[in-house]
Design a protein around this ligand. Structure first.
Ligand SMILES: [Zn+2]
Length: 231
C-alpha cells in the first residue's frame, strides 16, 4: 500500500505511518520559528494549517481562503490531528516558510509601498482579496524569484543563512560534510575543531592502510603511527 503526497511523491504507507510522530515533531518545531508563528495571510496566531505547495503556515480560517484559491495555487493540510505528512511536504515547509515566502511574494512591491496583512478576524473577502493579489495576480512578486530572495538573505546575514552549497564549498565538498549538510543538522565551518579532527583521523587511517612504511614515512602523524607499530 502506498501514500501519495499532495506534491505527488509516492511512499510506502507503512513508512509514512512509522515516521508520523517524528513528522509532527518537525512540524511543531517549524511552526515555533518566529516567521511561522503567525499566519502567512493574516495576523492570527497560531498557524495550525499549511499550504504544502506554497510552503507557508496559515491559520484555520486562511486555510479556507487557500482552498478557495484552487488546488492549482495552493493545497492545504492540517498540522494537527491525525494528518499523515510525507517527506517531500515537510521538506517544502523547511525550504520555504513564511518569511521567505513573504520576501518572494512581496519583494517586488514598488519602493515606498507598505503591504499589510489583514488583521486577525478580518472578513473572508478581505483575506481572499489579499491572497489573490499575492498568489494569483502575483502583484508584488520579487522579479528575481527565490534565487534572489536567498541571495539577499546571504547578504543580510552571511553566517545565519549559510546555504548548503556555499558551506560544502567552504569545507571542500567532502562526502562527510555533504552528509551532515543533507541531513539538515547544524553545519559547522571547516576550521571547527571536531570536524577538522575527524578529517585528520580519516587521513591517518587511509595513510596507514595504503602507504605507511615506518622507515620512510613522511606523514605528519608518523611518530605516533610508528610507535604504534603499524606498517
Ligand atoms: Zn490567517
Amino acid at each position: 500500500m502506498t501514500t501519495r503526497s499532495k506534491l505527488g511523491g509516492v511512499y510506502p504507507t507503512s513508512t509514512i505511518q512509522a515516521m508520523d510522530k517524528e513528522a509532527h515533531q518537525t512540524l511543531k518545531q517549524l511552526r515555533s520559528l518566529p516567521g511561522n508563528k503567525e499566519c502567512a495571510e493574516c495576523k492570527t496566531s497560531p498557524s495550525t494549517w499549511a499550504s504544502v505547495t506554497l510552503g507557508v503556515f496559515v491559520c484555520m480560517d486562511c486555510a479556507q481562503v487557500h482552498r478557495n484559491l484552487g488546488a492549482h495555487i495552493s493545497k492545504v493540510k492540517s498540522c494537527m490531528g491525525t494528518y499523515l505528512w510525507c517527506p517531500d511536504e515537510l521538506e517544502r515547509m523547511k525550504e520555504i516558510g513564511n518569511a521567505r515566502a513573504w520576501a518572494l511574494y512581496t519583494g517586488g512591491a514598488p519602493p515606498g509601498t507598505t503591504i499589510d496583512k489583514p488583521v486577525s478576524g478580518a472578513a473572508f473577502e478581505v483575506r481572499d482579496r489579499f491572497a489573490r493579489d499575492k498568489y494569483e495576480a502575483q502583484k508584488w512578486m520579487h522579479p528575481g524569484g527565490m534565487a534572489a530572495v536567498l541571495a539577499e538573505e546571504r547578504i543580510r546575514s552571511p553566517s545565519a543563512s549559510a546555504s548548503a552549497p556555499r558551506v560544502l564549498k567552504k569545507n571542500g565538498g567532502c562526502a562527510k560534510t555533504q552528509r551532515k549538510s543533507a541531513a539538515g543538522r547544524a553545519v559547522k565551518g571547516a576550521s571547527d575543531a571536531p570536524w577538522a579532527a575527524g578529517h585528520r583521523m580519516a587521513a591517518r587511517r587511509w595513510h596507514r592502510r595504503r602507504y605507511h612504511d615506518a622507515a620512510t614515512c613522511t606523514f605528519a602523524g608518523r611518530r605516533r603511527l610508528g610507535n604504534s607499530g603499524v606498517g
